[in-house]
Design a protein around this ligand. Structure first.
Ligand code: HEM
Length: 445
Protein backbone atom coordinates (compact mmCIF):
# COMPACT_ATOMS: atom_id res chain seq x y z
CA UNK A 1 0.00 0.00 0.00
CA UNK A 2 1.41 3.44 -0.89
CA UNK A 3 1.07 6.35 1.54
CA UNK A 4 -1.53 8.98 0.67
CA UNK A 5 -0.06 11.98 -1.20
CA UNK A 6 0.36 15.09 0.93
CA UNK A 7 -2.68 17.34 1.16
CA UNK A 8 -4.02 20.26 3.17
CA UNK A 9 -7.07 20.06 5.42
CA UNK A 10 -10.05 22.22 4.40
CA UNK A 11 -10.30 25.88 5.30
CA UNK A 12 -11.98 29.16 4.32
CA UNK A 13 -12.06 29.75 0.57
CA UNK A 14 -11.79 33.54 0.86
CA UNK A 15 -8.72 35.06 -0.86
CA UNK A 16 -5.51 35.29 1.15
CA UNK A 17 -5.83 39.07 1.57
CA UNK A 18 -9.29 38.74 3.12
CA UNK A 19 -8.21 35.95 5.43
CA UNK A 20 -5.25 38.09 6.51
CA UNK A 21 -7.52 41.05 7.24
CA UNK A 22 -9.79 38.91 9.42
CA UNK A 23 -6.83 37.37 11.20
CA UNK A 24 -5.48 40.83 12.03
CA UNK A 25 -8.79 42.44 13.00
CA UNK A 26 -10.73 39.68 14.82
CA UNK A 27 -8.44 36.70 15.37
CA UNK A 28 -10.47 34.92 18.07
CA UNK A 29 -13.73 35.09 16.12
CA UNK A 30 -11.91 33.91 13.00
CA UNK A 31 -10.54 30.87 14.85
CA UNK A 32 -13.91 30.06 16.46
CA UNK A 33 -15.62 30.21 13.07
CA UNK A 34 -13.04 28.05 11.35
CA UNK A 35 -13.11 25.44 14.14
CA UNK A 36 -16.92 25.30 14.00
CA UNK A 37 -16.89 24.78 10.27
CA UNK A 38 -13.88 22.60 9.69
CA UNK A 39 -13.20 20.85 13.00
CA UNK A 40 -9.88 19.91 14.62
CA UNK A 41 -7.64 20.64 11.69
CA UNK A 42 -7.99 23.45 9.16
CA UNK A 43 -5.94 25.59 6.82
CA UNK A 44 -5.64 29.39 6.88
CA UNK A 45 -3.70 31.48 4.39
CA UNK A 46 -2.00 34.53 5.84
CA UNK A 47 -0.07 37.06 3.72
CA UNK A 48 3.71 36.73 3.97
CA UNK A 49 3.27 33.84 6.40
CA UNK A 50 2.55 31.08 3.89
CA UNK A 51 0.05 28.40 4.81
CA UNK A 52 -0.92 27.63 8.40
CA UNK A 53 -2.48 24.32 9.40
CA UNK A 54 -4.21 24.76 12.75
CA UNK A 55 -4.36 21.82 15.13
CA UNK A 56 -6.57 21.53 18.20
CA UNK A 57 -6.70 17.78 18.84
CA UNK A 58 -4.37 17.07 21.81
CA UNK A 59 -3.03 13.92 20.07
CA UNK A 60 -1.95 15.97 17.05
CA UNK A 61 -0.48 18.63 19.37
CA UNK A 62 1.50 15.89 21.12
CA UNK A 63 2.84 14.66 17.78
CA UNK A 64 4.17 18.15 17.03
CA UNK A 65 5.65 18.80 20.47
CA UNK A 66 7.37 15.41 20.64
CA UNK A 67 8.36 15.29 16.94
CA UNK A 68 11.90 15.66 15.58
CA UNK A 69 12.85 19.35 15.97
CA UNK A 70 15.06 19.08 12.86
CA UNK A 71 11.90 18.53 10.84
CA UNK A 72 9.71 20.97 12.79
CA UNK A 73 11.40 24.38 12.66
CA UNK A 74 10.02 26.97 15.06
CA UNK A 75 12.72 29.55 14.35
CA UNK A 76 11.85 29.78 10.66
CA UNK A 77 8.15 29.88 11.48
CA UNK A 78 8.65 32.72 14.02
CA UNK A 79 10.02 35.05 11.33
CA UNK A 80 7.41 37.72 12.18
CA UNK A 81 9.52 38.48 15.28
CA UNK A 82 12.70 39.16 13.28
CA UNK A 83 12.45 42.96 13.00
CA UNK A 84 12.44 43.60 16.75
CA UNK A 85 14.23 40.57 18.21
CA UNK A 86 16.98 40.14 15.59
CA UNK A 87 18.28 37.09 13.72
CA UNK A 88 20.28 35.66 16.66
CA UNK A 89 17.29 35.52 19.02
CA UNK A 90 16.70 32.04 20.48
CA UNK A 91 13.13 32.34 19.19
CA UNK A 92 14.42 32.62 15.62
CA UNK A 93 17.09 29.91 15.66
CA UNK A 94 16.73 26.23 14.80
CA UNK A 95 18.68 23.00 15.16
CA UNK A 96 22.09 23.06 16.86
CA UNK A 97 22.26 26.86 17.07
CA UNK A 98 18.92 26.88 18.91
CA UNK A 99 19.83 24.14 21.37
CA UNK A 100 23.20 25.72 22.11
CA UNK A 101 21.64 29.09 22.86
CA UNK A 102 18.78 27.57 24.85
CA UNK A 103 21.22 25.63 27.02
CA UNK A 104 23.10 28.81 27.82
CA UNK A 105 19.90 30.56 28.85
CA UNK A 106 18.14 27.83 30.84
CA UNK A 107 19.87 27.79 34.25
CA UNK A 108 18.59 31.12 35.59
CA UNK A 109 15.02 30.08 34.72
CA UNK A 110 14.96 26.80 36.61
CA UNK A 111 12.16 26.49 39.14
CA UNK A 112 14.43 26.55 42.19
CA UNK A 113 15.91 29.89 41.17
CA UNK A 114 12.52 31.58 41.58
CA UNK A 115 12.76 32.07 45.33
CA UNK A 116 15.74 34.32 44.69
CA UNK A 117 13.56 36.61 42.58
CA UNK A 118 10.63 36.73 45.00
CA UNK A 119 11.88 39.68 46.99
CA UNK A 120 12.31 41.89 43.94
CA UNK A 121 8.92 40.82 42.55
CA UNK A 122 6.98 41.50 45.73
CA UNK A 123 8.78 44.76 46.48
CA UNK A 124 8.06 46.17 43.02
CA UNK A 125 4.45 44.93 43.02
CA UNK A 126 3.66 46.32 46.49
CA UNK A 127 5.16 49.72 45.64
CA UNK A 128 3.22 50.03 42.38
CA UNK A 129 -0.23 48.89 43.52
CA UNK A 130 0.01 51.11 46.61
CA UNK A 131 0.06 54.06 44.20
CA UNK A 132 -3.34 53.29 42.75
CA UNK A 133 -5.90 55.90 43.71
CA UNK A 134 -8.86 54.51 45.66
CA UNK A 135 -12.36 54.75 44.25
CA UNK A 136 -11.37 55.70 40.70
CA UNK A 137 -11.68 53.77 37.48
CA UNK A 138 -8.21 52.65 36.36
CA UNK A 139 -6.59 50.39 33.77
CA UNK A 140 -4.49 47.68 35.38
CA UNK A 141 -2.34 46.94 32.32
CA UNK A 142 0.06 49.91 32.44
CA UNK A 143 0.88 49.24 36.10
CA UNK A 144 1.27 45.54 35.41
CA UNK A 145 3.65 46.46 32.60
CA UNK A 146 5.68 48.70 34.91
CA UNK A 147 5.96 45.83 37.39
CA UNK A 148 6.90 43.08 34.93
CA UNK A 149 9.32 45.34 33.08
CA UNK A 150 11.17 46.40 36.21
CA UNK A 151 11.29 42.80 37.42
CA UNK A 152 12.79 41.58 34.16
CA UNK A 153 15.32 44.42 34.03
CA UNK A 154 16.47 43.69 37.56
CA UNK A 155 16.49 39.90 37.45
CA UNK A 156 17.60 39.25 33.90
CA UNK A 157 19.80 42.26 33.23
CA UNK A 158 20.84 42.70 36.82
CA UNK A 159 20.44 46.47 36.48
CA UNK A 160 20.53 47.96 39.96
CA UNK A 161 20.88 51.70 39.52
CA UNK A 162 17.52 53.45 39.41
CA UNK A 163 18.45 55.98 36.71
CA UNK A 164 19.56 53.14 34.40
CA UNK A 165 16.34 51.24 35.07
CA UNK A 166 14.40 54.38 34.31
CA UNK A 167 16.21 55.10 31.02
CA UNK A 168 16.06 51.53 29.72
CA UNK A 169 12.42 51.17 30.73
CA UNK A 170 11.44 54.40 28.99
CA UNK A 171 13.32 53.56 25.79
CA UNK A 172 11.89 50.06 25.61
CA UNK A 173 8.33 51.20 26.21
CA UNK A 174 8.56 53.69 23.40
CA UNK A 175 10.19 51.19 20.98
CA UNK A 176 7.44 48.68 21.76
CA UNK A 177 4.66 51.22 21.51
CA UNK A 178 5.93 51.85 17.97
CA UNK A 179 6.31 48.16 17.13
CA UNK A 180 2.83 47.20 18.36
CA UNK A 181 0.85 49.99 16.66
CA UNK A 182 -2.01 48.32 14.77
CA UNK A 183 -0.81 49.63 11.41
CA UNK A 184 2.50 47.84 11.94
CA UNK A 185 0.68 44.50 11.58
CA UNK A 186 -0.70 45.65 8.24
CA UNK A 187 2.77 46.75 7.11
CA UNK A 188 4.17 43.40 8.15
CA UNK A 189 1.52 41.64 6.11
CA UNK A 190 2.26 43.79 3.07
CA UNK A 191 6.04 44.05 3.17
CA UNK A 192 7.01 40.96 5.14
CA UNK A 193 9.33 40.87 8.16
CA UNK A 194 12.60 40.81 6.21
CA UNK A 195 11.88 44.06 4.37
CA UNK A 196 10.55 45.70 7.53
CA UNK A 197 13.77 44.71 9.32
CA UNK A 198 15.81 46.64 6.75
CA UNK A 199 13.82 49.86 6.99
CA UNK A 200 15.25 53.03 8.48
CA UNK A 201 12.06 53.75 10.43
CA UNK A 202 12.47 50.51 12.35
CA UNK A 203 16.10 51.30 13.11
CA UNK A 204 15.15 54.76 14.38
CA UNK A 205 12.45 53.29 16.65
CA UNK A 206 14.78 50.67 18.11
CA UNK A 207 18.03 52.68 18.27
CA UNK A 208 17.51 54.27 21.72
CA UNK A 209 16.82 50.85 23.29
CA UNK A 210 19.65 49.15 21.40
CA UNK A 211 22.13 51.82 22.49
CA UNK A 212 21.26 51.28 26.14
CA UNK A 213 21.48 47.50 25.78
CA UNK A 214 24.93 47.78 24.16
CA UNK A 215 25.99 50.21 26.89
CA UNK A 216 24.89 47.70 29.52
CA UNK A 217 26.82 44.93 27.75
CA UNK A 218 29.99 47.08 27.59
CA UNK A 219 29.92 48.17 31.19
CA UNK A 220 29.09 44.68 32.49
CA UNK A 221 31.96 43.11 30.52
CA UNK A 222 34.27 45.37 32.51
CA UNK A 223 32.54 44.86 35.89
CA UNK A 224 35.04 43.65 38.54
CA UNK A 225 32.37 41.41 40.16
CA UNK A 226 31.29 39.76 36.89
CA UNK A 227 32.27 36.25 38.02
CA UNK A 228 30.13 36.46 41.17
CA UNK A 229 27.00 37.83 39.52
CA UNK A 230 24.02 35.57 38.83
CA UNK A 231 21.88 37.67 36.48
CA UNK A 232 21.39 36.35 32.96
CA UNK A 233 23.48 39.02 31.26
CA UNK A 234 26.49 38.24 33.47
CA UNK A 235 26.06 34.50 32.86
CA UNK A 236 25.82 34.97 29.10
CA UNK A 237 28.94 37.16 29.14
CA UNK A 238 30.86 34.34 30.78
CA UNK A 239 29.40 31.60 28.57
CA UNK A 240 31.49 30.18 25.73
CA UNK A 241 30.59 28.60 22.41
CA UNK A 242 31.87 25.08 21.78
CA UNK A 243 34.90 26.54 19.96
CA UNK A 244 35.69 28.60 23.08
CA UNK A 245 34.63 31.96 21.62
CA UNK A 246 32.53 34.52 23.50
CA UNK A 247 29.02 35.47 22.45
CA UNK A 248 29.18 38.43 20.08
CA UNK A 249 27.58 41.73 20.99
CA UNK A 250 24.94 41.10 18.33
CA UNK A 251 24.07 37.71 19.87
CA UNK A 252 23.89 39.22 23.33
CA UNK A 253 21.74 42.10 22.15
CA UNK A 254 19.27 39.77 20.42
CA UNK A 255 18.93 37.46 23.45
CA UNK A 256 18.52 40.33 25.87
CA UNK A 257 15.92 41.97 23.65
CA UNK A 258 14.12 38.61 23.42
CA UNK A 259 13.99 38.23 27.19
CA UNK A 260 12.93 41.84 27.68
CA UNK A 261 10.11 41.62 25.16
CA UNK A 262 8.99 38.00 25.66
CA UNK A 263 9.40 38.35 29.40
CA UNK A 264 7.22 41.31 30.23
CA UNK A 265 4.41 42.02 27.72
CA UNK A 266 3.02 38.52 28.10
CA UNK A 267 3.16 38.56 31.90
CA UNK A 268 1.57 42.00 32.16
CA UNK A 269 -1.25 40.94 29.85
CA UNK A 270 -1.86 37.69 31.74
CA UNK A 271 -2.07 39.67 35.00
CA UNK A 272 -4.55 42.12 33.49
CA UNK A 273 -6.69 39.14 32.40
CA UNK A 274 -6.49 37.63 35.88
CA UNK A 275 -7.88 40.84 37.38
CA UNK A 276 -10.53 41.07 34.70
CA UNK A 277 -11.67 37.53 35.49
CA UNK A 278 -11.47 37.80 39.28
CA UNK A 279 -13.51 41.01 39.45
CA UNK A 280 -16.30 39.26 37.53
CA UNK A 281 -16.24 36.21 39.79
CA UNK A 282 -16.63 37.45 43.36
CA UNK A 283 -16.81 33.91 44.74
CA UNK A 284 -13.39 33.10 43.26
CA UNK A 285 -11.99 36.42 44.46
CA UNK A 286 -13.39 35.82 47.96
CA UNK A 287 -11.86 32.36 48.14
CA UNK A 288 -8.53 33.71 46.92
CA UNK A 289 -8.55 36.49 49.50
CA UNK A 290 -9.29 34.09 52.34
CA UNK A 291 -6.48 31.84 51.24
CA UNK A 292 -3.98 34.69 50.90
CA UNK A 293 -4.85 35.93 54.37
CA UNK A 294 -3.85 32.52 55.69
CA UNK A 295 -0.61 32.43 53.66
CA UNK A 296 -1.65 29.53 51.46
CA UNK A 297 -1.17 29.47 47.70
CA UNK A 298 -2.96 26.42 46.28
CA UNK A 299 -5.99 28.33 45.05
CA UNK A 300 -3.75 31.17 43.86
CA UNK A 301 -1.92 28.67 41.66
CA UNK A 302 -5.26 27.42 40.28
CA UNK A 303 -6.35 31.01 39.52
CA UNK A 304 -3.16 31.57 37.53
CA UNK A 305 -3.62 28.31 35.60
CA UNK A 306 -7.28 29.00 34.87
CA UNK A 307 -6.50 32.53 33.67
CA UNK A 308 -3.86 31.20 31.29
CA UNK A 309 -6.30 28.54 30.08
CA UNK A 310 -9.32 30.71 29.44
CA UNK A 311 -7.46 33.83 28.39
CA UNK A 312 -4.20 32.62 26.85
CA UNK A 313 -2.14 35.64 25.83
CA UNK A 314 -0.55 33.80 22.90
CA UNK A 315 -3.09 32.02 20.70
CA UNK A 316 -0.83 29.60 18.83
CA UNK A 317 2.69 28.38 18.31
CA UNK A 318 4.23 27.58 14.95
CA UNK A 319 6.50 24.93 13.46
CA UNK A 320 7.55 24.80 9.80
CA UNK A 321 7.56 21.32 8.28
CA UNK A 322 10.94 20.67 6.67
CA UNK A 323 9.62 17.43 5.13
CA UNK A 324 6.15 16.10 4.51
CA UNK A 325 4.79 14.58 7.69
CA UNK A 326 1.79 12.61 8.89
CA UNK A 327 0.01 14.56 11.62
CA UNK A 328 -3.48 13.92 12.95
CA UNK A 329 -4.09 11.20 10.35
CA UNK A 330 -3.19 13.32 7.30
CA UNK A 331 0.07 13.64 5.41
CA UNK A 332 0.89 17.35 5.29
CA UNK A 333 3.18 18.82 2.62
CA UNK A 334 6.68 20.12 3.36
CA UNK A 335 6.88 23.89 3.77
CA UNK A 336 3.60 24.51 5.60
CA UNK A 337 3.51 25.87 9.15
CA UNK A 338 1.66 23.68 11.59
CA UNK A 339 0.04 25.64 14.40
CA UNK A 340 -0.88 23.88 17.66
CA UNK A 341 -3.66 26.28 18.64
CA UNK A 342 -3.52 27.15 22.34
CA UNK A 343 -6.75 29.11 22.18
CA UNK A 344 -8.77 26.26 20.63
CA UNK A 345 -7.23 23.40 22.67
CA UNK A 346 -8.13 25.28 25.86
CA UNK A 347 -11.77 25.57 24.81
CA UNK A 348 -12.43 21.93 24.02
CA UNK A 349 -15.55 20.65 25.79
CA UNK A 350 -14.21 17.08 25.72
CA UNK A 351 -11.22 18.21 27.80
CA UNK A 352 -12.68 21.02 29.92
CA UNK A 353 -16.19 20.80 31.28
CA UNK A 354 -18.04 24.05 30.60
CA UNK A 355 -14.92 25.41 28.86
CA UNK A 356 -16.04 29.04 28.65
CA UNK A 357 -16.56 29.32 32.41
CA UNK A 358 -13.84 30.75 34.69
CA UNK A 359 -13.53 28.04 37.32
CA UNK A 360 -10.11 27.75 38.99
CA UNK A 361 -11.41 24.77 41.01
CA UNK A 362 -10.97 22.58 37.93
CA UNK A 363 -7.21 22.67 38.52
CA UNK A 364 -7.65 21.65 42.16
CA UNK A 365 -9.54 18.60 40.97
CA UNK A 366 -7.12 17.66 38.18
CA UNK A 367 -3.64 18.94 37.32
CA UNK A 368 -3.12 20.49 33.88
CA UNK A 369 -2.27 18.06 31.06
CA UNK A 370 0.98 18.36 29.09
CA UNK A 371 -0.85 18.55 25.75
CA UNK A 372 -4.16 20.04 26.87
CA UNK A 373 -2.88 23.00 28.93
CA UNK A 374 -0.35 24.67 26.67
CA UNK A 375 -0.17 28.44 27.30
CA UNK A 376 3.63 28.15 27.10
CA UNK A 377 3.81 25.91 24.02
CA UNK A 378 5.73 22.66 24.34
CA UNK A 379 8.59 20.30 23.59
CA UNK A 380 12.12 21.63 23.10
CA UNK A 381 10.69 25.07 22.35
CA UNK A 382 8.54 25.37 25.47
CA UNK A 383 8.73 28.86 26.93
CA UNK A 384 11.95 29.36 28.88
CA UNK A 385 10.19 31.70 31.25
CA UNK A 386 7.16 29.48 32.09
CA UNK A 387 8.06 28.99 35.78
CA UNK A 388 9.25 32.56 36.08
CA UNK A 389 6.01 33.94 34.60
CA UNK A 390 3.69 31.83 36.78
CA UNK A 391 5.69 32.59 39.89
CA UNK A 392 5.63 36.30 39.10
CA UNK A 393 1.86 36.23 38.51
CA UNK A 394 1.36 34.61 41.90
CA UNK A 395 3.57 37.08 43.74
CA UNK A 396 1.93 40.11 42.12
CA UNK A 397 -1.62 38.84 42.69
CA UNK A 398 -0.80 38.01 46.29
CA UNK A 399 0.55 41.53 46.99
CA UNK A 400 -2.40 43.11 45.26
CA UNK A 401 -5.21 41.08 46.82
CA UNK A 402 -3.66 41.34 50.29
CA UNK A 403 -3.71 45.15 50.07
CA UNK A 404 -6.72 46.06 47.98
CA UNK A 405 -10.35 45.29 47.41
CA UNK A 406 -10.95 45.19 43.67
CA UNK A 407 -14.09 45.37 41.60
CA UNK A 408 -14.94 45.66 37.90
CA UNK A 409 -15.27 49.22 36.64
CA UNK A 410 -18.10 48.35 34.23
CA UNK A 411 -20.57 45.50 33.96
CA UNK A 412 -19.59 44.31 30.45
CA UNK A 413 -16.74 41.79 30.31
CA UNK A 414 -13.77 42.90 28.23
CA UNK A 415 -13.31 41.53 24.75
CA UNK A 416 -10.00 40.33 23.36
CA UNK A 417 -8.04 42.71 21.19
CA UNK A 418 -4.78 42.13 19.44
CA UNK A 419 -1.63 43.84 20.61
CA UNK A 420 0.90 42.65 18.01
CA UNK A 421 0.92 38.87 18.64
CA UNK A 422 -0.69 39.08 22.08
CA UNK A 423 -4.43 38.79 22.91
CA UNK A 424 -5.14 41.52 25.47
CA UNK A 425 -8.28 42.77 27.28
CA UNK A 426 -9.70 45.66 25.28
CA UNK A 427 -9.80 48.13 28.20
CA UNK A 428 -6.57 46.86 29.76
CA UNK A 429 -8.30 45.24 32.76
CA UNK A 430 -10.38 48.15 34.00
CA UNK A 431 -10.97 48.05 37.75
CA UNK A 432 -11.77 50.17 40.81
CA UNK A 433 -9.77 49.59 43.98
CA UNK A 434 -10.28 50.35 47.67
CA UNK A 435 -7.70 49.92 50.42
CA UNK A 436 -8.46 46.89 52.51
CA UNK A 437 -9.18 47.51 56.15
CA UNK A 438 -7.77 44.47 57.82
CA UNK A 439 -7.34 44.24 61.56
CA UNK A 440 -10.11 46.76 62.13
CA UNK A 441 -10.87 46.70 65.88
CA UNK A 442 -14.21 45.14 66.75
CA UNK A 443 -16.98 47.60 67.70
CA UNK A 444 -17.59 47.84 71.42
CA UNK A 445 -21.27 47.82 72.26
C1 HEM B 1 2.47 34.64 30.87
C2 HEM B 1 3.66 34.83 30.36
C3 HEM B 1 4.23 34.10 29.17
C4 HEM B 1 3.59 33.39 28.17
C5 HEM B 1 2.10 33.14 28.03
C6 HEM B 1 4.62 32.90 27.28
C7 HEM B 1 4.37 32.12 26.15
C8 HEM B 1 5.35 31.62 25.32
C9 HEM B 1 5.08 30.78 24.17
C10 HEM B 1 3.70 30.31 23.71
C11 HEM B 1 6.28 30.48 23.60
C12 HEM B 1 6.50 29.62 22.34
C13 HEM B 1 6.65 28.19 22.74
C14 HEM B 1 6.64 27.19 21.60
O1 HEM B 1 6.93 27.56 20.45
O2 HEM B 1 6.31 26.01 21.85
C15 HEM B 1 7.31 31.13 24.38
C16 HEM B 1 8.67 31.05 24.11
C17 HEM B 1 9.62 31.71 24.82
N1 HEM B 1 9.42 32.49 25.95
FE1 HEM B 1 7.67 32.83 26.89
N2 HEM B 1 5.85 33.32 27.71
C18 HEM B 1 5.67 34.06 28.87
C19 HEM B 1 6.66 34.62 29.65
C20 HEM B 1 8.00 34.56 29.39
C21 HEM B 1 9.03 35.08 30.25
C22 HEM B 1 8.80 35.74 31.61
C23 HEM B 1 10.23 34.86 29.62
C24 HEM B 1 11.64 35.19 30.05
C25 HEM B 1 11.98 35.89 31.07
C26 HEM B 1 9.95 34.18 28.38
C27 HEM B 1 10.90 33.79 27.46
C28 HEM B 1 10.64 32.98 26.35
C29 HEM B 1 11.70 32.51 25.45
C30 HEM B 1 13.19 32.82 25.54
C31 HEM B 1 11.06 31.69 24.50
C32 HEM B 1 11.71 30.95 23.34
C33 HEM B 1 12.00 29.49 23.69
C34 HEM B 1 12.62 28.71 22.54
O3 HEM B 1 12.39 29.04 21.37
O4 HEM B 1 13.37 27.75 22.82
N3 HEM B 1 8.58 34.03 28.27
N4 HEM B 1 6.71 31.81 25.42
Amino acid sequence: MTAAPPSLPPGPRAPRALQTARWIARPAAFLDDAARRYGDMFTLKIANEGTWVFLSDPEAVKQVFTGDPRLLHAGEANIVLLPVLGSQSVLLLDDDAHMAQRKLMLPPFHGERMRGYEEIMSEVAAREVERWPAGERLRAWPTMQTITLEVIMRTVFGVRESDRLERLGRALRSSLAWATEPRRMAQLAILGPRRIAERGTLKRALDPTDELIYEEIRSRRAAPDLAERTDVLSLLLQARHEDGSEMSDQELRDELMTLLVAGHETGATALAWALEALTRHPEALGRLREEIDTHEDTYLDAVVKETLRLRPVIALVLRRLMEQMEIGGRVLPAGVNVAPCIYLVHRRPDVYEDPRAFRPERFLEKPPGTYTWIPFGGGVRRCLGASFAQFEMKVVLRELVARLDIRAARPQPERRVRRAIVFAPERGGEIVVERRRRDRPALVA
